[in-house]
Design a binder for this molecule. Sequence first.
Ligand SMILES: C[S@@+](CC[C@H](N)C(=O)[O-])C[C@H]1O[C@@H](n2cnc3c(N)ncnc32)[C@H](O)[C@@H]1O
Length: 292
Amino acid sequence: MPSLSVMKILLKELMTNEQVPRTPEPKLVMDDVDQVEAYTQAGRESGVMAPVYLFHATQICQVIDSGDHVLDLACGPANQLCMIARLNPDCRFTGIDLSPTMLDQARALATEMGLSNVDFTAGSITDLSGFGDKSVDCIMSTMALHHLPDFDSLRCTMKESARILKDGGGLYLADFGRLKRGDSIEYFASQYKDRQHPLFTLDYLNSLHAAFTLQEYERACAEAFDLRAKVFSTWMVPYMLATRTPPRRALPPRLAQALGAIQADLPDYHKRDFSDLKTFFSLGGVKTPALG
Ligand SMILES: C[S@@+](CC[C@H](N)C(=O)[O-])C[C@H]1O[C@@H](n2cnc3c(N)ncnc32)[C@H](O)[C@@H]1O
């Protein structure tokens, strides 16, 4: 169960008529070495992003199928991508990002993990002209699309994704949804400030201010994918969003076991976050089978 203070924030969100306007990220492309390092550390096994990555990995593994070529939009340091690539050695993964510093981190992580099924390419996710029509089996993205400068860029990214995705392919784009109250944004950004680098707290605050709303996601998704994909959100308050196609497979037992082992290794406070995310997404229509 979420803490009482979180419940209070959620209730205030439900009852307000406010909507804070969007403030785009001050640095759309993350190229500052210290910022990239703080972000990378937050995504490692013990970092604050660990439960979020585990949740999305569980979902992404259901829209992937054996032998797929999977594209990760704005892969950043590839913590999420490398986790999924290790879990799916029979698939090939390409990460795309505009930041050379992020791509350096991503390549170093893939090498450190001994992964031979991942490659990286520099480029913008708003222009996927390097990929042919219906050429990719699956597209994933996590916590990245709020880095786009405006709604037209989100729309463009979705349209490009729809163009390159094969018929029957998988899609899973997870991102924050913009909260309505500035106070709620402040609360969530600094909730774990004692456990994270101050630059990550600032980064998180900027991300929540830059997030698109559920309605914006729904519009961009409907225009690009028609009925092929749908936007889901955390229940009650659309704090986190997942734009996705239906699962293409049930989690194979080997994968369920591997994800369960990662869950078991999380510290208790991360286990709680994972469980909250699972509950709020499940009530919003996104189930997490196989994991307790
Ligand atoms: C917050 S990070 C997310 C990284 C990763 N997906 C994750 O889950 O950890 C956002 C990334 O988007 C990248 N980015 C921003 N605008 C982009 C664009 N137009 N095309 C490609 N990458 C972009 C940034 O450089 C940064 O690496």
